[in-house]
Design a protein around this ligand. Structure first.
Ligand code: AHG
Ligand code: MN
Ligand code: MN
Length: 336
């Protein structure tokens, strides 16, 4: 098998698809891989950081050991703000739009990210991830604005996730299929390992925090009861897998098929809501799943069609193999 680095792969694809492009977008994708390598290095020594932390020592740069999600957020911002490719960023860890400091050039792209997804799993050595969504600048403000961040998912020009698992993998789409790369840590390169990923048409796995069962609506409860029944369309119950890191749960779903749900719940009956964030969790994953032949819905609409109104807006998320998501919608809408 050829040894193809992510840099080489991206460059070749961009030159084929957009021969007159300036290269800024390609460079932005490289910047993301760079940030991911640093986060991966830090995640991999998380257990050690803890041991060192307990001795009261500072880390190798002489800084206090930080919580990893703050660390990851800082790495991404610092890898991006000075490049001249972005006009704005938004992060799960930061309340407002992150504008590019005045001393740096402003670019034509917007980056929204969840720096560390599943961070509660870090302490128990379970996979975590990072998620990135890329949009074009649309506002006529010289520097970026909230308007540039609040764009529906179908307008993304790229989406990336990184899973820090038994190995570190990066999976991305720029609207031309979905491609996966595995990090060889000894040389610091992501190498092509999964070209043109397609999600199976249907699966036999479901993934959901079933502890919330009694908070869900009728439709979601009936759907899960149906998947578990012996007389469902598959003729045998689906199996349950739930890691509690969305990136890791969705990475498995993308490769093996099946369905992941974080449905609407009524924990707060006055304000029923989903948990996952639209702009930097649901929308980029939806873009990747659609590109792989899957689907993502909030129960009624495609996730990528939702017009966001707030930076940290939450949404129910039902994502996976097409026929499984179609069926979930039927139940949620009370049609099955
Ligand atoms: P984050 O760590 O970025 O806040 O995201 C956590 C999310 C997601 O990764 C996961 O699918 C979900 O929270 C798990 O929630 P429950 O613990 O409610 O199942
Ligand atoms: Mn998250
Ligand atoms: Mn997070």
């Amino acid at each position: 098998m050829d040894l193809i680095t992510i840099e080489h792969f991206i460059l070749e694809r961009q030159q084929q698809g957009f021969p007159s492009a300036t290269g800024d977008f390609t460079q932005l994708l490289y910047d993301i891989t760079f940030a991911a390598k640093i986060i991966s290095r830090e995640v991999n020594k998380a257990g050690l950081v803890e041991i060192l932390g307990k001795t009261g020592r500072k880390n190798i740069q002489g800084e206090q050991v930080q919580k990893l999600d703050e660390f990851a957020d800082g790495v991404i911002q610092r890898a991006m703000d000075h490049t001249g490719r972005l006009c704005a960023m938004a992060s799960e860890e930061v309340e407002d739009v992150i504008l590019i400091p005045k001393k740096y050039k402003c670019g034509k792209y917007v980056l929204l990210f969840d720096p560390l997804d599943g961070s509660s799993n870090i302490d128990v050595n379970v996979s975590v991830g990072s998620i990135f969504s890329i949009h074009r600048k649309i506002s006529d403000k010289r520097r970026g604005s909230l308007e540039d961040c609040l764009q529906p998912g179908y307008k993304q020009i790229g989406a990336v996730y990184v899973v820090y698992g038994s190995s570190t993998m990066m999976v991305y789409s720029t609207g031309d299929g979905v491609h996966g790369f595995t990090l060889d840590p000894s040389v610091g390169e992501f190498l092509l390992s999964h070209e043109n990923i397609k999600i199976p048409e249907n699966g036999n796995l479901y993934s959901v925090n079933e502890g919330n069962y009694h908070y869900w609506g009728d439709g979601a409860r009936k759907f899960i009861d149906y998947l578990k029944s012996k007389s469902n369309h598959a003729g045998k119950p689906y199996s349950l897998r739930y890691i509690g890191s969305m990136v890791a749960d969705l990475h498995r779903t993308l490769l093996n098929g099946g369905i992941f749900l974080y449905p609407l719940d009524y924990k707060n009956p006055e304000q029923p809501s989903g948990k996952l964030r639209l702009l930097y969790e649901a929308a980029p994953m939806a873009f990747i799943f659609e590109q792989a032949g899957g689907r993502a819905s909030d129960g009624y609409r495609n996730i990528t069609e939702i017009q966001p109104t707030e930076l940290h807006e939450r949404t129910p998320l039902i994502i996976g193999s097409k026929s499984d998501v179609d069926l979930a919608e039927q139940f949620i809408q009370g049609k099955s």
